[in-house]
Design a protein around this ligand. Structure first.
Ligand SMILES: Nc1nc2c(c(=O)[nH]1)N[C@H]1C(S)=C(S)[C@@H](COP(=O)(O)OP(=O)(O)OC[C@H]3O[C@@H](n4cnc5c(=O)[nH]c(N)nc54)[C@H](O)[C@@H]3O)O[C@H]1N2
Ligand SMILES: Nc1nc2c(c(=O)[nH]1)N[C@H]1C(S)=C(S)[C@@H](COP(=O)(O)OP(=O)(O)OC[C@H]3O[C@@H](n4cnc5c(=O)[nH]c(N)nc54)[C@H](O)[C@@H]3O)O[C@H]1N2
Ligand code: SF4
Ligand SMILES: [Mo]
Length: 905
């Protein structure tokens, strides 16, 4: 029985800002979500993703029961948990006995809770006896981990969010925080409004929405950050803008660095980076003369074969100017996933151990083994994500357990990843949504509880630990991750170490937290003073928080003492090296990939909310207008985008926010929404030598025009998830196909496809059946000779389903009629005539674009408002756009800057 509405305070499951949310529910179902005003990350704010959490998670997409297949050629079928777990334990035990512990591996995720991570670590390292446990943080934070450890001695972002507000000069490098850390960006916007003298510098090859706040945007050439940072240091030295006293008292290695940066003259650096000398000079001056200087960075630095060198070169600037350990200052890496930090703390990269320890350190191994009550931890190092999938591919790994990540979409070089998953004898996937690309390869598929359904802790980018509280039970038989992991571990230990006491005697997540926290005692991240009760009582806390402490620590290294052997921070002198495929110069374009404002990674969750497709409606490749002209392409043309590893077919669009020679494609598109293996079929597995983080941001690519004259368009209202599942397989035979949810009050599925020749009539008939266009109130016109056909289903005077085949010139017009709920005489006349072009003007694809997702305000409405002379405040008052989460404000401001306003308005 559902009880009256209740509120549970928890956290958002998306980005590393780690906002607090208030979940409104009735004990069974989640009804709404609001920002938690008392949470120190967001003080009540949420972004477009957080504020729509309750609209996501369609049960049709969720995993509800375990599924097992007993042979690769067979289909999976439903099973019960006992059989599923016993089967998994038997296969793992046999594999370990026959091929040794390193023949199995665990690939986990920065979206697990700390307790889940801890259970997985203990399972792999203590019970199985392998360090083959790595996480998707390898694709995300591992360069920052190495950067902090090498320069400062420990993997600890030293700053707090309040420092962003206090800083006088903020350098944002390789981070599009307007999209990826929006609530923090809102805090920065407000701070800059209060203190307009604050300088903001953005370093990004693209002009992103984050540049809206920039006093200076350096659109450096891809991968040239190390040269830029060395160039800045060169100027700082030349002008005497360094802090000699700080360098002498608290650092080591400055002389070597000084010698290295001598060659990085402004002229040389301007050339390498493709920027002008004055801009470089201004950037150095602002940094050198600012009372406080803070840097923020994310994937534009980390995802590179020079990821660790980029991190070190940036931290060098802070050490040289003494800008660390004081308010408004410091090198502040933004973590991507909600609990990427918890993963680092619990040792969830193959080279780490719990409590910021190292596998390569014998004392650390001994400490952990003693705490766990086992003889020893293995000495053999574990494999990192890319190496791990290589080992799966060559057959060295024979049983693979994947949890809370979708490697068949997110790893680079997807052809190889898919081949590896096909070849692996036993793949377990522990997932909340059974719709992902990786689920397809699971021999055993386990339904996991997800947002709002599980309890534990997470640590956000500013080292702040929050208690994640459960609001509702998980659907059907889905279970929290820690409990799946511990259940499997208990069955496996009966087979591997019979008769011995269990290592996994945990009955709730709190028991895991209590065991884990003592492993951090007296270490840099000391969490031993925390407990669920304390977090409930005093709210989220920053570490270190040792036993007996009254509060956490806002800022590290205030005393200039660093956790290195000498107690001094280290300067690192590493030369600039070009990105791998820019060195080879075989391809004319460099492909840059990253995030959209309203989507999250493989879109298993955000992809269930049609309104989140309002801002970016489907996969498109963006190129500078000159690149389109050079290739005689126009917006919407289909192209083949190819790299050395694979290719994709999708439409192009002109965009002058990137420079010529570059291409931009969101990372989100995988095989589910776009035919082919998605964005990462193109990216390269080459990785940084120290962090082993792959170069996801710079792939050499080429664009070729394709001729696919037979085009297809369809739209069907209602039951989006189930229709998606039924229709998606039918589009495998097309050269191009994109399927995306659309709509808002009336959710629908939108399909675009193309091929060289018309498909078999039976296939079209099958598609029509699933589109409800084979019977009932359907108007149809078919011209079999020209293989052109159009069908529209009209119910209660409104269009509910559309299909155009052969030619799709009328698609935008029809979509507009559907949106407006019109089905008038004009439509009927057009439908019954052989014409395919729409009557009157065709709306451009921008018309339907929603800029303000909270209040459903389209780009065209905003443009009309601007043309009438409205300014930002006027638009907010009249249209209400930008008045809720604020994510669309930078884009509205850009439109205002572009469009001439009405005279005397
Ligand atoms: N909306 C949304 N938000 C998210 C996520 C999401 O999926 N969707 N994911 C979360 C996760 S896990 C992460 S890791 C973060 C990522 O957050 P960000 O790193 O901010 O996001 P990205 O779009 O991947 O990349 C940031 C920028 O790096 C730039 N860049 C590319 N190459 C270079 C270069 O060589 N140098 C420099 N200086 N910049 C470069 C790109 O042009 C891009 O604008 O976002 C988190 N937040
Ligand atoms: N080209 C390119 N590729 C990239 C990047 C890029 O910038 N460019 N960025 C990289 C980065 S930084 C990252 S972090 C990765 C992200 O890549 P992935 O980790 O593959 O991304 P997600 O789609 O978030 O996968 C998380 C999965 O966990 C499931 N899930 C959600 N909640 C739960 C839960 O509570 N339990 C379980 N068991 N499952 C759950 C979701 O349904 C989803 O399928 O992508 C990387 N790949
Ligand atoms: S900024 Fe948005 S996505 Fe990130 S935690 Fe906050 S509400 Fe969630
Ligand atoms: Mo990430």
């Amino acid at each position: 029985m559902a009880s009256p509405t209740q509120i549970t305070a928890s956290t958002c499951c998306y980005c590393g800002v780690g906002c607090g949310v208030l979940i409104e529910h009735d004990g069974e179902r989640i009804l709404g979500v609001a920002g938690d005003p008392s949470h120190p990350a967001n003080f009540g704010k949420l972004c477009s993703k957080g504020s729509t959490l309750h609209l996501t998670g369609d049960l049709d997409a969720r995993g509800l029961y375990p599924q097992l297949r007993l042979g690769k050629a067979l289909a999976r079928s439903r099973t019960d948990w006992d059989s599923a777990m016993d089967h998994a334990a038997t296969v793992f035990a046999e594999t370990i006995r026959e091929h040794g512990p390193d023949s199995v591996a665990f690939y986990i995720s920065g979206q697990l809770l700390t307790e889940d991570y801890y259970a997985f670590n203990k399972l792999a390292r203590a019970l199985v006896g392998t360090h083959n446990i790595d996480s998707n943080s390898r694709l995300c934070m591992s360069s920052a981990v190495v950067g902090y450890k090498r320069s400062l001695g420990a993997d600890a972002p030293p700053c707090s969010y309040s420092d962003i507000e206090l800083s006088d000069c903020l350098l944002i490098a390789g981070s599009n925080m307007a999209y990826a850390h929006p609530v923090l960006f809102r805090r920065l916007e407000e701070a800059k409004t209060r203190r307009p003298d604050m300088k903001v510098i953005v370093i990004d090859p693209r002009r992103t929405d984050t540049c809206d706040l920039a006093d200076l945007h350096l659109a450096i050439l891809p991968g040239t950050d190390v040269a830029l940072f060395h160039g800045i240091l060169h100027v700082l030295l030349w002008e005497g803008w360094i802090d000699r006293a700080y360098i002498d008292a608290h650092t080591e290695g400055f002389e070597a660095l000084k010698a290295l940066v001598r060659d990085y003259t402004p002229a040389a650096v301007a050339e390498i980076c493709g920027i002008d000398c004055q801009a470089l000079q201004a950037c150095a001056q602002w940094i050198g003369q600012a009372p406080s200087f803070l840097s923020l960075w994310c994937m534009g630095l980390n995802q590179s074969t020079a990821g660790t060198a980029k991190n070190s070169a940036l931290i060098n600037l802070h050490l040289a100017t003494g800008q660390i350990g004081k308010p408004g200052a410091g090198p502040f890496s933004l973590t991507g996933q909600p609990n990427a930090m918890g993963g680092r703390e619990t040792g969830s990269l193959s080279n780490l151990l719990p409590g910021h320890r190292e596998v390569g350190n014998a004392d650390h191994r001994t400490e952990i083994a003693a705490y766990w009550g086992i003889d020893a931890l293995p000495e053999t190092p574990g494999l990192s994500a890319i190496e791990l999938f290589d080992a799966v591919h060559d057959g060295r790994i024979k049983a693979l357990w994947i949890a809370c990540t979708n490697p068949a979409q997110s790893l680079p070089d997807q052809n190889k990843v898919h081949a590896a998953l096909v070849a692996c004898p036993f793949v377990v996937v522990q997932e909340a949504f059974f719709t992902t690309e990786t689920c397809h390869y699971a021999d055993l598929l386990l339904p996991a509880a997800s947002w709002g359904e599980k309890e534990g802790t997470v640590t956000n980018s500013e080292r702040r630990v929050s208690h994640v509280r459960r609001a509702v039970p998980a659907p059907a038989e889905a279970r929290p991750d820690w409990s799946i992991t511990c259940d499997f571990a208990r069955r496996l230990e009966k087979l591997l170490r019979p008769g011995l006491p269990s290592l996994f005697d945990f009955h709730d997540s709190e028991a895991l937290f209590e065991e884990y926290k003592h492993l951090t005692s007296k270490r840099d991240l000391d969490l031993s003073g925390l407990s669920y009760a304390l977090l409930d009582d005093q709210g989220p806390q920053q570490w270190p928080f040792p036993a007996g402490a009254l509060s956490g620590c806002e800022r590290l290294y205030a005393n200039g003492h660093f956790p290195t052997t000498s107690g001094r921070a280290q300067f690192l002198a590493e030369p600039y090296r070009a990105a791998k495929e820019r060195r080879e110069a075989r391809y004319s374009l460099t492909l840059n990939t990253g995030r959209l404002r309203d989507q999250w990674h493989g879109m298993s969750r955000t992809g269930t909310a049609p309104q989140l497709f309002g801002h970016a409606q489907g996969p498109v490749l963006e190129l500078h207008p000159d690149e389109l002209r050079r290739r005689r392409l126009v917006d919407g043309d289909l192209v083949k985008l190819r790299s050395r590893r694979g290719s994709l077919i999708l439409p192009v669009q002109a965009d002058d926010s990137i420079r010529p020679g570059q291409a931009w494609l969101p990372m989100h598109w995988g095989n589910r929404f776009l035919r082919g293996l998605g964005t990462n079929v193109l990216t390269l597995p080459a990785f940084d030598p120290l962090s082993k983080q792959p170069e996801l941001k710079h792939a050499g690519v080429e664009v070729d025009r394709v001729d696919l004259p037979w085009q297809f368009f369809a739209l069907i209202e209602g039951q989006v998830q189930s229709r998606f599942e039924a229709l998606r397989p039918l589009f495998e035979g097309f050269a191009y196909a994109s399927l995306t949810p659309t709509g808002r009050e009336r959710p629908a599925l939108l399909i675009r496809a193309a091929s060289a020749v018309a498909p078999e009539p039976q296939l079209l008939a099958q598609i029509d059946r699933l589109l409800d266009l084979d019977q009932g109130p359907v108007l149809a016109y078919d011209d079999p000779r020209r293989t052109i056909g159009k069908r529209v289903r009209i119910e209660h005077g409104r269009i509910v389903s559309i299909r155009l085949a052969g030619e799709t010139a009328a698609s935008e017009w029809l979509k507009g009629l559907w949106q407006e709920g019109r089905a008038d005489a004009e439509l009927r006349r057009w439908l019954l005539a052989p014409l395919s072009a729409p009557p009157g003007n065709v709306a451009s694809s921008k018309v339907g674009r929603t800029l303000c997702n909270c209040l459903n305000v389209s780009e065209s409405a905003i443009c009309t408002g601007i043309a009438q002379g409205l300014d930002l405040d006027g638009l907010k008052q009249t249209l209400k756009c930008g008045t809720s989460c604020g994510s669309c404000v930078p884009e509205i401001k850009r439109l205002l800057a572009q469009q001439p306003t009405a005279v005397n308005a």
